[in-house]
Design a protein around this ligand. Sequence first.
Ligand code: WT7
Length: 632
Amino acid sequence: MMQIKSLAEYEETYKFSVEHPEEFWAGIAEKFLWKKKWDKVLSWNFTDPQIKWFEGAKLNITENCLDRHLEKSGDKPAIIWESNDPEKPSVTLTYKILHEQVCRFANVLKKNGVKKGDRICIYMPMVPELAIAVLACARIGAVHSVIFGGFSAKSIADRINDSACKLVITADGSFRGSKQIQLKEVIDDALIGCPTVEKVIVLTHTRTPVSMLKGRDLWFEDEIKLVDTICPAEEMDAEDMLFILYTSGSTGKPKGVVHTVGGYMVYAGYTFANAFNYQPDEVFFCTADIGWITGHSYIVYGPLSQGATTLIFEGIPTYPTPSRLWEVVEKHKVNILYTAPTAIRSLMSFGKEPLEGIDMSSLRVLGSVGEPINEEAWHWFDEEVGHKNCPIVDTWWQTETGGLMISPIAFVTPLKPACATLPLPGIQPLLVDENGKEIEGNGVNGNLCIKFPWPGILRTTYGDHERCKQTYFSTYPNLYFTGDGCMRDEDGYYKITGRVDDVINVSGHRIGTAEVENAINMHAGVVESAVVGYPHEVKGQGIYAFVIYPKLHDEPELTKKDILQTVTRVIGAIAKPDKILFVTGLPKTRSGKIMRRILRKIAEGETTNLGDTSTLLDPGVVEEIIASAQQL
Ligand code: WT7
């Protein structure tokens, strides 16, 4: 399983991976199943950018995730599914069964006209059929674009249109804790503006009534009865597109991050096997949603490519009680638990009681992802969940990186609380100052960049390569810029300090401030708005909106509700501001630029030390904002 076993081995492997990257990655890639091996391991430049891994190689990722395990592990559980409702029985799909179902559904797609290269939108609850849909696309070479179940009709329509999806896979509805989301209804609304979508396949899940459009909508359950169980895997080039995943950035429009088959597979598989130290027969539980990259890489592709057992949990950690997550761990004897700081902080707030009497002795490794973890949460996770017996891997990475980048390797890397520690083999980080000059040595802070490609790096942003270049490869010439600030401590350990761009990390979800502002500004009556992040006890960061709304009468609370409703409609509930402050003006420079730095300070509650305000057009605005902020 290509696992590193000791610190000395890590150091040696790391050195080799930097000195001989091609040889290193070729050696890893050898462990996968290829229909034809590559002609060239790597060609690249970070200026266009153009990055190709394993050029000339042919493969299908689902043969690596399914077929190659059948002989030895056909009866091993591939997926264990745990419902939102603790009373509902869980479901186990062995590798044999998963293989069969993926082939079946792949045939459904084919029967409905889907061909290699077509884009397919998936908007589904966390059920096994979601993983089946993803893998079925990959089986026939269709490009999946999974959209998280919390996004609005408008967000879905924008994403579907951006990549001209031909077919949508959805369900009647989804359960999340005590809430239900009418997925099909949202899709119906979205599709009013999506001319490219020809068919919609609908899974029955919540049994909520839905309307089925003649000639367009089909039931999942009917369709799979009409096809057979054999579906040869499409032969893909290593650099063919595997999927698109939309993510927010500094600008208003989310971009479609593109990953390709060969490099992504190698990277997701290698990082999974190593960082978590997965052992055969263990149960791996990642609490993310498959609608995010974490779910793509560490619920579906990483674990399955390594023949692991992966747990899919439909619910949320605190439903119906704050013991639920721990009960799931106990029930399925989870060995590796990979979750987010926001979940840990939320569970921590209920104290130790929900953990009492629950046997979590199966746990061996813990993981954290999505945002900087605070020390308090780290220690709580370590002591109360891991009983100081389980290494915590604090994994730093991004949608764009495909897999873990800076992360401890369990049982290998000496840990430090709340620290992502060291780069994985093949990853060459460096810190730069504002001018792009490398900051050398230890005990330093800077902007985090990567100077050499790894197999999981994004290849482009869908339909707009220039945007990929501008966003990631232009800030500093010849470097991939992450958008994160980072400290390299006295021991050379990396500690991520957070985004340095206009991105807010709310509960581990990336939200662009411009996107939220655009949404707020769509509300009739709003003249202008500015959105910043502020420290939030559970979410890590909260969303603070400063809004100019001149016709504010005597019901500001009602207006706030309306604005929240608008944001929910335009983006989705995940982007709702936590605080809205009505103001009469925003702090702007003479050239009209909003000085967010000042707003950020005010949102943090800092009112005296606002830094240089001499470039402000009207300093009076700031005092006014401070005065009303103190009353909020
Ligand atoms: C951003 C990427 C791929 C992980 C899920 C989120 C932040 C992620 C950590 C960590 C500190 C982290 C960064 C990064 N982030 N993991 N362990 N410590 N910060 O993926 O939505 O693409 O967001 O999440 O700011 O840039 P994403």
